[in-house]
Design a protein around this ligand. Structure first.
Ligand code: AHR
Length: 307
């Protein structure tokens, strides 16, 4: 196994090892880094040869990587699509080359579901709903306006689309809760900080920040503190992921609630790769199991948190 890949080893790899080509989104967040490490570790544990490629957040690079995997005749292709649209052509090329594809973490919007074998990952709409439901409960019985600013993930990505949708649906239960500003922070800490600075300048009375991931929330916390406000108190904060840095801020009361999104997809991915390579049937959709965390629960979970 190794990173980069490049030489054409043909199907089966060295010593008949299963060759898995994996195209990763990039390294935009703590979640992504944990996901990459887990996939690399589990590929090694499964005895696969991993050809790992980092797309640096660019769809063109992902398409080029997938084409490279096809040329190298890998056994299985897996990838986590940067955005949902624009995959049909390259997926068709993989299908024509008889190479099974596994969507990992994120979905594509292709109508033809025969272009991939299965989709392993979280239900992002559900995550958005969990975030919204917490907020509705938090303001239950209160009759006051609740101004929410939303830091969205990468524009056009499945988690940004779905987390926005699920949250918007859930907060309908309380018409006082309004999203007053929404902008992308590209799932990055630095962007979360910059966009939050703009929100704070343009919108004086922010009650709540909903950030589509921990990293953007953590960047926003820096902006909130620099503006002389207390994160978690003056502005309530809800995020998604539950990586260690997020959980630490939650335990410290700077974040109020985190919806978990597990990056540990490696083991399930290797099992699915083995099966699709063997021509076995696999479910069209494999969901990740996830929970939510309050500050107290974060304190309890932190000592054993692996990422
Ligand atoms: O696709 C999963 C999302 O991508 C994570 O929530 C976010 O942190 C990552 O960048």
């Amino acid at each position: 196994a190794g990173c980069g890949g490049g030489d054409d080893k043909g199907s089966g790899g060295d010593d008949g090892k299963l060759v898995l080509g994996f195209s990763q989104v990039g390294a935009e967040s703590g979640w992504r880094t944990a996901n990459t490490k887990d996939i690399q570790a589990e590929a090694a544990a499964a005895g696969f040869e991993l050809k790992f490629s980092d797309a640096g957040g660019k769809q063109e690079q992902q398409i080029a990587a997938i084409r490279g995997f096809i040329t190298q005749k890998v056994d299985v292709i897996a990838f986590s699509p940067v955005v949902t649209s624009g995959w049909d052509a390259v997926l068709k090329e993989a299908k024509d080359a008889d190479i099974p594809v596994i969507l990992t973490d994120r979905a594509v919007d292709s109508q033809d579901t025969s272009l991939y074998k299965t989709f392993l990952g979280s239900d992002f709409v559900e995550e958005g709903k969990k975030a919204g439901n917490w907020l509705v409960k938090e303001y239950e019985g209160k009759n006051e306006p609740v101004n929410v600013v939303e830091l969205q993930g990468t524009t056009g990505s499945a988690p940004a689309i779905d987390r926005q949708k699920g949250f918007a649906e859930a907060i309908k239960a309380n018409p006082n809760i309004k999203i007053v500003k929404a902008q992308t922070g590209d799932f990055k800490r630095a962007d979360g900080k910059t966009v939050m600075e703009q929100f704070l300048q343009s919108t004086p009375d922010i009650d709540v920040l909903y950030a589509h991931n921990d990293d953007m929330g953590l960047g926003a916390i820096e902006a909130i503190e620099a503006a002389g406000k207390k994160p978690g108190k003056d502005i309530k904060i809800i995020t998604v992921d539950a990586v260690k840095d997020g959980m630490t801020a939650l335990a410290a009361g700077k974040i109020n609630y985190i919806v978990e999104c597990s990056p540990l997809l490696g083991k399930q991915l290797m099992d699915l790769a083995k099966k699709v390579k063997a021509g076995e049937d696999v479910p069209q959709r494999v969901l990740t199991e996830e929970t939510t965390f309050t500050p107290e629960q974060a304190k309890a979970a932190l000592p054993d948190r692996k990422y």
